[in-house]
Design a protein around this ligand. Structure first.
Ligand code: HEM
Length: 453
């Protein structure tokens, strides 16, 4: 999923954001380049071994491949979060003739918001996985399946969550304070804080009304906002009205998404805390209500991650690189309708990819882990994988014949991948190919720049 979605996404830079690439490419380009190199060479190569060599390769090799994938994804995350953090807190560059040039790569890579964003995102990923593993363990336990594995999953997932859930809130707090320093309008929007008139209340629920510049149906706790954001009961922070309307981010989406993320964060702390107490009293496997609640926590981490990114990226508006380049000036010089159509296509493609991904994950969870078979000695003796059984080869539908796989879900995914890659290649040739040389296939249009365009 990462490879397919990343592949399609990179087209956006050439199609929808060509001015962004021209103006900021000297800085963002190398960082995305490193991300791609690591993602492709480490993750993609070893992912195959990790996914398909279970029970086929020696355990040590499988473990080494899994560790390498983890390392690859972490290094990829490092570069991509460095690039995106730079767009929030640009540093170590100068503008010459409207184009950004690097001056100090260390300052660029370790820009002011990078340490917070990198730690917050890494913890978010591990926390999400912790609740998936614990949730699946709780499910098996409730269903009385795989009792040994279920106990291990429950304890491993919860053990990680007990440490990471409170840590995430602390890192999130520091992240917010750093953002207040560098992007005060974003924090004012996240808190739907309109007037800078003394102690800041913490708005729990409201319907921000951007036209009237106030909150409707507000429920707030006085002084708590000041306490969290300035660590003093009477501290004040910049409010939305301190910024001209054109420099404010859209308030409603970031106000809501921030609350969804933090709400899930505190729910995670609660679930981990209750789980820890039950564990200490050796009752972890014996409270069905808790196991039922934990079982349904599995998708929450994904929702929190999407909500977090919505807060971060919508909150950066109207800038694409804060204080350096407006989003409106970064878009390609093509009609807005073309960009809208292209974005609609992306949404469609991602919809298909993620639907297939979620179906696959649910199927794996439902099926449960395979019993651990010993490493296949034939592979090492003969150097060949064993042939498929006769029964497996007979179970061939049109889909499996097309994809050459016997498992119907694998066939389904293979076709989805094929369609997506085909779509990506066609879009590449049609929309971006001219920039990268495929334009020679279209010689009949002539070579004048206007014709090529
Ligand atoms: C528990 C309390 C939490 C607090 C106080 C908190 C705080 C924050 C803040 C202030 C931001 C925006 C920073 C910016 O845009 O500059 C943010 C972004 C984000 N949060 Fe949280 N967060 C919390 C929980 C979570 C949880 C539980 C997850 C996911 C499991 C999560 C995932 C994210 C992600 C993916 C982003 C966007 C990337 C980034 O800017 O770091 N957060 N969070």
């Amino acid at each position: 999923m990462g490879v397919v979605s990343g592949l399609v996404m990179s087209y956006q830079l050439g199609t929808n954001w060509s001015r962004f690439s021209r103006i900021l490419g000297n800085i963002i380009g190398p960082m995305i380049g490193y991300e791609v190199v690591w993602a492709f060479f480490l993750e993609a190569t070893f992912l195959g071994i990790m996914l398909f060599a279970w029970n086929r390769a020696p355990r040590a090799l499988h473990f080494a491949a899994t560790v390498t994938v983890t390392l690859g994804t972490t290094i990829s995350a490092f570069w991509i979060l460095s690039a995106t953090s730079w767009m929030h807190t640009p540093a170590g560059f100068e503008m010459r003739d409207g184009v950004a040039y690097p001056l100090d790569w260390i300052a660029i890579i370790f820009n002011p918001s990078f340490p917070y964003r990198f730690s917050h995102m890494m913890v978010a990923s591990y926390l999400t996985v912790a609740f998936v593993v614990a949730g699946v363990g709780a499910r098996y336990m409730l269903e009385g399946r795989h009792p040994e594995l279920a106990r291990t999953m429950l304890r491993m997932g919860l053990g990680l969550a007990i440490v990471l859930a409170p840590a995430q809130a602390l890192i999130g707090d520091m992240h917010g304070l750093n953002t207040l320093h560098h992007q005060p309008a974003k924090i004012a929007g996240m808190e739907a804080h309109w007037e800078n008139d003394g102690p800041v209340p913490l708005v729990m629920l409201a319907l921000p009304n951007e036209k009237a510049e106030r909150n409707d149906y507000e429920i707030a706790i006085p002084y708590l906002g000041s306490l969290i954001l300035s660590h003093s009961l009477t501290g004040s922070i910049p409010a939305l009205k301190d910024f001209p309307p054109k420099d404010r981010p859209p308030v409603l989406p970031i106000f809501l998404s921030f609350r969804i993320m933090v709400g899930i964060g505190f729910l995670f702390i609660f679930m981990a805390g209750v789980g820890g107490i039950l564990w200490v009293f050796r009752k972890l496997d014996q409270v069905p209500l808790y196991l039922l609640a934990l079982r349904w926590c599995w998708p929450l981490g994904f929702i929190a991650v999407v909500a977090g990114w919505t807060t971060t990226e919508v909150g950066r508006q109207p800038w694409v690189a804060h204080g350096v380049l407006h989003t409106a000036d970064a878009a390609s010089p093509i009609p807005a309708m073309s960009i809208a159509v292209f974005i609609a296509l992306f949404v469609l493609v991602y919809g298909i990819v993620f639907r297939a991904g979620i179906r696959y994950i649910r199927r794996l969870i439902k099926k449960g882990p395979e019993p651990n078979r010993p490493t296949n000695p034939r592979l090492w003796q003969t150097g060949r994988f064993p042939r498929r059984s006769k029964r497996a080869s007979q179970r061939r539908t049109w889909l499996s014949r097309l994809s050459g796989r016997s498992d119907p879900m694998e066939s389904y995914l293979a076709v989805v991948w094929g369609v997506l890659l085909g779509f990506a290649i066609v879009m590449y040739v049609i929309l971006d190919g001219f920039d990268l040389g495929i334009g020679i296939l279209f010689r009949r249009h002539g070579t004048r720049p206007s014709a090529i365009r």
